[in-house]
Design a protein around this ligand. Structure first.
Ligand code: MN
Length: 250
């Protein structure tokens, strides 16, 4: 498949049409496109090293770092590639390249995974759940969906995030219903094994039951939290779910 490139025509189409055509149609359209001869990943590797060796750490270098990432070069691999190349092309060039690579691969762990998760569900992620952060391990997010009649919030947990053990108290009625909407998570009642949760699962939590809920260690997770109406409702927050308990989950 031909690699589609318009950067040449976009920047220099009028000023240097031949250069633009060679850049877009020959360099990218023909050379980069020979995937049957050398993969895009390998071509990215070669290009990044060649640019770094010349000390060309400008916006075109950022472009090729982003391409390298999109073509499958991981954070660990780019660190290794630049470290290796540093010996052959020069230490200060590696320093300059690392500063830019760090920014390109930094997005991987926070921004994009979060966006990807949000795109996988119909409800918004909402805002960082600062008001309840003290009762969570890890970062959670809260999006109010219904604040009348019955309260419904979409709660999102980053991988490894979970809330403390807690009890929804009520004199009558009350409790909570979880409706799982995206990712993979866990629910556990005290004295019982943890229950793995997937989109579509529904958990009925009666008032007075000590429990926790949260994401799996390696997955984002969102559930709707439905506040079941009752008399004298309150939440009692207890101790955190220790790594010892949590690390037994997969
Ligand atoms: Mn709960």
């Amino acid at each position: 498949m031909a690699v589609k490139q318009t950067a040449g025509r976009d920047s220099l189409g009028e000023f240097a049409p031949k250069f633009a055509q060679l850049n877009d149609d020959v360099l990218f359209g023909e050379v980069w496109s020979r995937e049957d001869k050398l993969s895009l990943r390998d071509r990215s590797l070669v290009t990044v090293v060649a640019l770094m060796a010349q000390g060309l750490t400008d916006s075109s270098f950022t472009y090729h770092l982003v391409s390298a990432k999109n073509n499958g070069i991981t954070k660990t691999e780019i660190a290794e590639i630049l470290t290796h190349a540093a010996f052959y092309s020069g230490w200060p060039k590696a320093w300059a390249a690392f500063r830019m690579a760090k920014e390109v691969w930094a997005e991987e762990s926070d921004g994009s995974a979060c966006t990807e998760h949000e795109n996988s569900m119909v409800f918004p992620i909402g805002a960082p759940n600062d008001a309840f952060a003290q009762y969570f391990i890890g970062q959670s997010y809260l999006a109010p969906l219904s604040t009348e009649q019955v309260g419904i919030h979409n709660v999102t947990f980053e991988p490894g995030c979970r809330n403390n053990w807690h009890i929804h108290h009520a004199k009558q009625g009350g409790g909570q219903i979880l409706v799982c909407v995206a990712g993979r998570g866990y629910y556990q009642e005290e004295g019982k094994p943890a229950q793995e949760l997937h989109p579509g699962d529904v958990v009925n939590i009666p008032a007075g039951v000590k429990h926790w809920h949260g994401a799996a260690p390696d997955s984002w997770f969102s559930h709707l939290a439905v506040e079941v109406p009752g008399e004298d409702c309150s939440n009692e927050w207890l101790e955190p779910v220790t790594d010892e308990v949590y690390s037994k989950l997969k």
